[in-house]
Design a protein around this ligand. Structure first.
Ligand SMILES: Nc1ncnc2c1ncn2[C@@H]1O[C@H](COP(=O)(O)OP(=O)(O)O)[C@@H](O)[C@H]1O
Ligand SMILES: [Mg+2]
Length: 412
């Protein structure tokens, strides 16, 4: 990962301020540098926008982004369905979900590019409902780089500063500083058509960050790039975000991207929140079968329950986390990496061991993925992953799988 040169970023009086070099204090809405007198007029009243934003006063400034019961419908479609959550200042949040689940609509509402039917977006306690997008001082980056084709990289980056009242020399200085920040100091004079996709997206990022935004909003910014550039830029964006301590919301349908980048993931499905949490928690403790299947692969076993335990076909499964008082449990989940190959294979398998036949073997370099059809329930194929140098079974081999009781999860 490359190291980024110093940058003058906004000041903060919050606990995250340690990460930020401090040069100025700004209104979160206008992005203009403010005088002491102006700052003294800021307050925490949370009143609606009335032509001027009143961000929190100095000393108490925590620009928490609060999404409060947002609803947005398009005809019959409920794109956003009573969504509420809060994002702490300095956090990196990903909206993750399948295509059409409402990620972009939610991001556009936050950006002020779409009007919610009901609900509110607050930043630092200030209701942004009536604030037009251009006055919110949020940096936005879309999947398509949306650069002006006839402007150099430097002019593209400086463009947004002109309407914010920055002088020409200030604009040029800032644009150079931002291009340097994204590793493009030597590309300042190039037109977008003379740059690669990854470079263009870096320019778009520099442009979004130039006015010291209060919030960085990214809508699938890496989707149009090839895998290698995507990986590099993924790390660069995360590192930059952490250095600047800028609150960032990124939309993605790519679970790997969300797991690798986010402090918190908001999983959306059909306009509703399925689960919010740290990537590790979502992976280890998915709150629904949807989350379990969307984040990583989860083997789902249909089960019945009686006095002796759970029955998956003719195998009895002990499950550590199942509470006898827990109601109707119909399926259990287990991650591929948690399934073990049992030491012996035969019809009279002990508890938690499922005899089956190898249906597919996929070599993936650092691991081999094996699919096994259980003898007694061939349509519930189980996937496991074998790491490193070990005996790799062949197609058609008999193989018994051990499903450890601690690794079996009750799926709601
Ligand atoms: N401007 C629009 N007009 C009509 N329907 C829309 C509009 N924008 C989004 N939708 C619908 O709202 C739903 C959510 O869309 P979107 O937020 O773009 O999802 P995502 O970004 O998760 O793919 C989809 O069913 C989509 O067709
Ligand atoms: Mg989208």
């Amino acid at each position: 990962m490359r190291a980024f040169p110093p940058i003058s970023a906004r000041s903060s009086t919050t606990s995250t301020s340690k990460q930020r070099p401090t040069t100025e204090t700004r209104s979160p809405a206008s992005g203009r540098r403010s005088s002491n007198a102006e700052r003294d007029r800021w307050n925490l009243s949370g009143r609606r926008y009335s032509g001027r934003i009143h961000p929190p006063s100095r000393g108490t400034s925590i620009l928490t982004l609060a999404i409060d019961d947002l609803v947005k419908t398009f005809g019959e479609v409920k794109a956003v369905d009573h969504v509420s959550f809060e994002v702490e200042e300095g956090a990196f949040v990903c909206f993750l979900g399948p295509s059409g689940c409402g990620k972009t609509t939610l991001l556009r509402i936050i950006a002020g590019l779409e009007q919610a039917d009901t609900g509110a977006v607050r930043l630092g306690g200030v209701d942004m409902s009536g604030v037009p997008a251009r006055k919110r001082n949020f940096g936005v980056v879309f999947q398509s780089y949306s650069l002006f084709p006839n402007m150099s990289a430097q002019r593209n980056v400086g463009y947004g500063l002109e309407c914010r009242g920055w002088s020409k020399s200030e604009r040029q200085k800032r644009a150079c500083e931002m291009l340097d920040l994204v590793g493009l100091a030597d590309q300042a004079r190039k037109l977008p058509s003379e740059m690669s996709g990854g470079q263009q997206q870096r320019v778009a990022l520099a442009r979004a960050l130039a006015p010291n935004p209060s919030l960085l909003l990214l809508d699938e910014p890496l989707s149009a790039l090839d895998a290698k550039v995507r990986d590099t830029l993924r790390q660069e964006i995360r590192s930059l975000q952490q250095r600047l301590g800028i609150t960032t919301v990124m939309v993605t349908h790519d679970q790997d991207e969300a797991l690798a980048m986010a402090d918190t993931i908001v999983v959306l499905n059909g306009g509703k929140i399925e689960q919010i949490g740290h990537p590790r928690d979502l992976y280890t403790r998915p709150a629904s079968a949807f989350v379990a299947g969307f984040i990583g692969h989860m083997n789902v076993l249909p089960v019945t329950r009686n006095g002796s335990g759970f029955h998956f076909s003719n195998t009895i499964l002990d499950v550590d986390e199942a509470d006898p008082g827990q109601g109707d449990i119909r399926s259990l989940g287990i991650r591929p990496e948690a399934i073990e190959v049992a030491s012996s294979h035969g019809a009279n398998a002990p508890r938690n061991v499922v005899p089956g036949e190898v249906r597919a073997v996929t070599f993936l370099g650092n691991l081999t993925r094996i699919e096994v059809a259980p003898d007694a329930q061939k349509d519930t194929v189980l996937t496991l992953e074998l790491h490193g140098a070990c005996d790799i079974p062949k197609l058609g081999d008999g193989l018994s799988l051990r499903l450890p009781s601690h690794a079996l999860k009750v799926l709601p």
